[in-house]
Design a binder for this molecule. Structure first.
Ligand code: FAD
Ligand code: SIN
Length: 520
């Protein structure tokens, strides 16, 4: 029997998946399916922290305005207001789950400042906020009697009426989700997970690019699955590049040097050791990320260098080491003393601002399928995400989706005739090189033609190159017994295609989408 029945199915175990699971668990049986070990996620690597208005002189209006301004006012105002206003309550929820944030000598939260924020409002735990959150949430999930955790289980495809033999098109408004086909990564068995409500929280797609801060799990699986199931996605042209990843060719993922360092007054210098941000923005190092990343890209092009520098040498040594101990220790392992050396850095693919289109409760265009966290496009970020706004977005939306799911899961019946996965007529793929080389090619195409700066010609070239990989991969997919790498390749091609298509459709340069053929 390959079927598994639950009240709530959760795919992904970062902050979105885990916090949602904890909220619905008192009301029914929950399955968390996750393709690696429970804690492996983008969440785990978050450094800077989580944005929330905590005290005067900060206020909701300022956080709302900063978010809208960073997003070039392409954000949905209603969503921005909701997230900003509901943030403090969800911070309290994290504290109730035992998650800690740094405090100052008076016992108040220590609030850091990051690019685009007009006030210090970033709660953090040293420079490993994400690890603290992920460990806290996974501990709660592991101890919950109503939650079953399926590690090393890879979600392949969302189950809809299509699997009952009905024709489903992108124009249909009555598509329903019944669950998901999921592969046990160790045995390659494929199970049919069925549930009245599915929550998709599979994170981002940084591995579309050669250089990314995202761990290996971030391969755009959620967006690709959802798109194949004929759901609506949006804003995928807005891929955020973090300005300051440690330049260390060949090491994956690229190690992040948090924006909080620049909030702490670290400076950028070009290969000639000259400061340059004043040429690009009056906000200098604390300009929004798209501006800083493009400035670095420009300086690298002007000087023909592969990196620029981050300079912390003028900062108070004791305070620097106390505030960023993990970063200092990591750099030392590679021979850099953060208090004395210039640190080579380069922008790296970091955050997918667009994704699965959802409403204010996280409901997607497929009924009974909710999406949250980085995989979702809620309308909060617009054309560019404000730093540290994604962890808070994830937990605020997870809470809203959970409240909705609790009310509605009993109203959805699962058909009894859903077939199990069939791999009849397929054979074992003996040559992994066919897959690994194609993944490399996707990453090369996206990095060369669809990076920080784009042009119509580059986008056209990218889509033509990707088309070839698409045909080869679909052919391989039809013939082969499934394995996770093949699924990831197929998903990367799918999401790469969407990023390019959305970029081609957008006529103006705005926020993270900068096109030389239509400059600002
Ligand atoms: P993730 O945490 O990425 O979790 C996705 C989960 O889905 C994982 O468990 C993964 O294994 C699983 N999954 C994926 N595909 C499948 C599949 N096919 N089947 C089963 N499971 C699957 N944001 C901030 O707000 N503040 C910060 O300071 C910050 N710093 C960051 C630093 C780094 C280095 C990075 C990479 C990101 C940072 N971000 C930060 C962004 C933020 O961490 C993420 O946007 C957020 O953690 C996303 O959470 P999530 O739950 O949506 O996804
Ligand atoms: C960082 O610490 O610079 C990352 C913050 C973020 O991506 O929001």
């Amino acid at each position: 029997m390959m079927k598994r029945y639950y009240d709530f199915l959760v795919i992904g175990s970062g902050i979105a998946g885990l916090s949602y699971a904890l909220k619905v668990a008192p009301y029914g049986k929950v399955a968390i399916v996750t393709k690696n070990e429970l804690i492996e996620s983008n969440t785990r690597y978050a450094q800077g922290g989580i944005a929330s208005v905590m005290k005067e002189p900060d206020n909701f209006e300022k956080h709302i305005e900063d978010t809208l301004k960073a997003g070039c006012y392409l954000n949905k105002r209603e969503v921005v207001e909701m997230v900003v206003r509901e943030a403090p309550e969800q911070i309290q929820q994290l504290l109730n789950w035992g998650i800690k944030f740094d405090t100052d000598t008076l016992g108040d939260f220590h609030l850091a400042k990051e690019g685009g924020h007009s006030e210090p409002r970033i709660l953090h735990y040293k420079d490993i906020t994400g690890y603290e959150i992920e460990m806290g949430l996974s501990k709660q999930a592991r101890n919950h009697p109503n939650i079953d955790i399926f590690e090393y289980h890879f979600a392949i495809d969302i189950i809809t009426q299509h699997h009952l033999g009905q024709t489903v098109t992108r124009y249909d408004t009555n598509i329903e989700c019944f669950g998901c086909y999921v592969m046990d990564v160790k045995t390659h068995e494929i199970f049919t997970f069925l549930a009245p409500i599915t929550y998709l929280a599979t994170g981002g797609s940084g591995n579309l690019y050669q250089n990314t801060t995202n761990p290996e799990i971030a391969t755009g699986d959620g967006v690709a699955m959802f798109y194949r199931a004929k759901g609506q996605v949006e804003n995928l042209e807005f891929m955020q590049f973090h300005p300051t990843a440690f330049y260390n060719p060949g090491i994956k993922p690229a190690f992040l040097l948090t924006e909080a360092l620049r909030g702490f007054d670290a400076k950028l210098r070009n290969i000639n050791q000259e400061e340059f941000m004043h040429k690009y923005s009056p906000l200098k190092e604390l300009a929004p990320r798209d501006v800083v990343a493009r400035a670095i890209d420009q300086e690298m092009k002007i000087h023909g260098s592969d990196f620029v520098y981050l300079d912390c040498r003028h900062l108070d040594k004791q305070e620097l080491l106390q505030r960023f101990p993990n970063i200092a220790e990591y750099l030392l392992k590679w021979g850099y003393d953060i208090t004395r050396d210039l640190i080579p850095i380069v922008p790296a693919a970091h955050y997918q601002c667009g994704g699965i289109k959802v409403d204010i409760n996280g409901q997607s265009t497929i009924h009974y399928l909710f999406a949250g966290g980085e995989v979702a496009s809620t309308g909060l970020h617009g054309a560019n995400r404000l730093a540290s706004n994604s962890l808070i977005e994830s937990i605020v939306f997870a809470n809203r989706s959970a409240q909705f799911a609790i009310q509605h899961f009993k109203n959805h019946n699962i058909p009894t005739n859903i077939p199990d996965w069939s791999d009849e007529g397929t054979v074992l793929n003996e040559e992994m090189i066919l897959i690994t080389q194609s993944i490399r090619e996707v990453q090369q195409i996206m990095s060369a033609y669809v990076g920080i700066v784009r042009s119509n010609l580059r986008l056209q070239r990218a889509i033509e190159r990707l088309e070839l990989l698409y045909k080869e991969t679909e052919d391989l997919y039809r013939k082969s017994k499934l394995n996770p790498k093949l699924c990831e390749l197929r998903n990367l091609i799918n999401v790469g295609y969407l990023v390019i298509k959305f970029a081609m459709r957008r006529r103006e340069s705005i926020g993270l989408h900068y096109n030389l053929s239509n400059p600002y």
